[in-house]
Design a protein around this ligand. Sequence first.
Ligand SMILES: [Zn+2]
Ligand SMILES: [Zn+2]
Length: 419
Amino acid sequence: MEIKAIRGFNDLLPDEIGKWHFVEETARQIFEEFGFSELRIPVIEKTELFSRGIGEATDIVEKEMYTFTDRSGNSLTLRPEATASMARAYLEHQMYSFDPVAKVYFIGPMFRYERPQKGRYRQFYQIDAEVFGVSNPMVDAEVIVMLIQFLKKVGLENLELQINSLGCRECRPRYREELKKYFATKTFQLCEDCQRRLQTNPLRIFDCKVETCKDAIADAPQVTDFLCQDCQKHFDKVKGYLQEMGLTYLLNPRMVRGLDYYTRTAFEVVSYNLGSQNAVAGGGRYDNLFQEIGGLDIPGIGFAIGMERLISLLPAEKTFLQNPQLFIAALGEETQMQAYRLLSQLHLQGIRAELDYEGKSLKSQMRRANKLNAQHVLILGGDELKRGKAVLRDMASKSQEEIPMGGLLDILKERINRD
Ligand SMILES: [Zn+2]
Ligand SMILES: [Zn+2]
């Protein structure tokens, strides 16, 4: 039996990896320009970090975590998201003792036991950015501006920023009660999951996709009507800073985000590319998370970008294939050593060069050079080589020139870098 990959776990093949590199490199570049540094977290954590950090009554913790017992009997979980681990690392290494403000990012795979479907995997990739230690609404705007800047830089268009405020420990409980009262009058409309959510976490009902639930949600009270004075002031300032940066946004009082730890600012970026509506990134403030995981009272805000979704929305005209800059077509046994020497020298000079290992005919080598989309082909052999010359063919213009074997490397470098 041939062994295959596990369902929901995906290989990223060389012909698509160029897009991933482009997105990752752009994220690193933009984030570092905004003063962020990478914080690399482990793949596995103690289960309680997520159950306490993300919240027991969330889909992630209830049914989507990859949790197992290791050989010493510890309950461990593959990280389903990055924020809780990043916060743990900040506390564990007392990063606040150097400077209370930490701006950190991470790019890597997350794991959730969800139903695999097109574009959704059990191992999926996220780009994550967090700011710890600042409650000032200025920083809320700062991370949103950075997110939009990044999404534009990778080429996404038709983006819509949606924002909301989810209140705080003071005002959210009042809203929760009001919501409970409201949905209690609609229980006959709620699906089984939502009836349970009504008891454990009524805000989660907003995430339900069942039609009758959506109808019930339509008339539900809005969180922004219940904000305390401080939360209202904070939200107004966030909006003011966004306006200052010329960002337009849509107020979406139905956006409550799936995780328990969010407080105050919540945001999503929706793309209307390809004629459909897709959330590409989301985030928010989580001023209670640190205390939930047993730490100090430290505010935080951040976002996560789903990479699979983002990559599916990249402009199609962009090509990311790492095609060879030069293909060496060597003819005859006696040119093999020359071809090998040249190939090695080109590699050491940082030029993507490729050759034919099979000793095939010129025609078949040219076919392969074409298939690999090589920019140039260098033909070694025939009468030209006897005259101390090689033939360089520019594959785009289809023009050819003879170049002398002496000083070949310098001429090749000059020709390749000219394009
Ligand atoms: Zn409040
Ligand atoms: Zn429902």
